[in-house]
Write a protein that binds this ligand. Structure first.
Ligand code: IMP
Length: 200
């Protein structure tokens, strides 16, 4: 069985690949279709965007496609950046972090609770075959720390580890992360007999 992973983010791809290792699925990445335009991601929720992406790429490539939409919800910013995580406040992550700490400071919310959310959807043709969501609860770190991972990992403090998700290994992150949780549910679904057996 082949499954197209609809992401150009190599970190996400490697996190997903690591969790699906050992099952009978050949993962393909979008780089085989370099000219495909990305869908707009106009949904109000992570689930809406994951479905929209999966259906869009399944339609244009003819391949069974898994798409994810993920991001960070910060309680002290009323859930922002949420579905706007990739485009929030500035081009670079240090700029985004500065804006977040400034706003949290003004609101008296430094160190507030936050969570990463990852919605996954699998589509074939015009049909969504599977959907799931994973979350990980933590809080905004006192200051950015760590070099591993990507995106907002340096400001996401995970209390059970006593570290940010940028200070742990890929395996430690995958064991608890939103994407790890969602992809393990995908793995269970892929391992269920009878699904997708006629898929491309
Ligand atoms: P997407 O590619 O539209 O799903 O946007 C996801 C954005 O959310 C990324 O560009 C990151 O800014 C953020 N994000 C999602 N997952 C993670 C993660 O595991 N660590 C850090 N940031 C993440």
């Amino acid at each position: 069985m082949r499954l197209l992973v609809a992401t150009t983010n190599l970190h996400k791809l490697s996190e997903i690949r690591a969790i699906l290792t050992g099952i009978d699925v050949e993962l393909q990445a979008l780089d085989e279709w370099p000219d495909l335009a990305a869908p707009e991601e106009t949904g109000a929720t992570f689930g809406d965007n994951a479905r929209e992406k999966a259906l869009c790429y399944a339609g244009t490539t003819g391949r069974t496609t898994v798409a994810d939409d993920s991001g960070l919800e910060i309680d002290g910013l009323q859930g922002e950046p949420g579905v706007h995580s990739a485009r929030f406040n500035g081009e670079t992550y240090p700029e985004k972090f500065q804006a977040i700490y400034a706003r949290l400071g003004e609101a008296g919310q430094l160190g507030c609770p936050a969570r990463f959310v990852c919605a996954l959807a699998v589509a074939r043709g015009t049909e969504v075959l599977f959907e799931t969501q994973g979350t990980v609860e933590g809080r905004i770190a006192e200051a950015p720390a760590g070099e591993a991972g990507f995106g907002y990992d340096p400001i996401f403090f995970y209390p059970p580890y006593g570290k940010t998700l940028a200070e742990v290994s890929r395996e430690e992150k995958a064991a608890v992360s939103h994407r790890g949780r969602a992809v393990r549910q995908l793995r269970e679904w892929l391992e269920t007999p009878n699904l997708l057996q006629s898929g491309q």
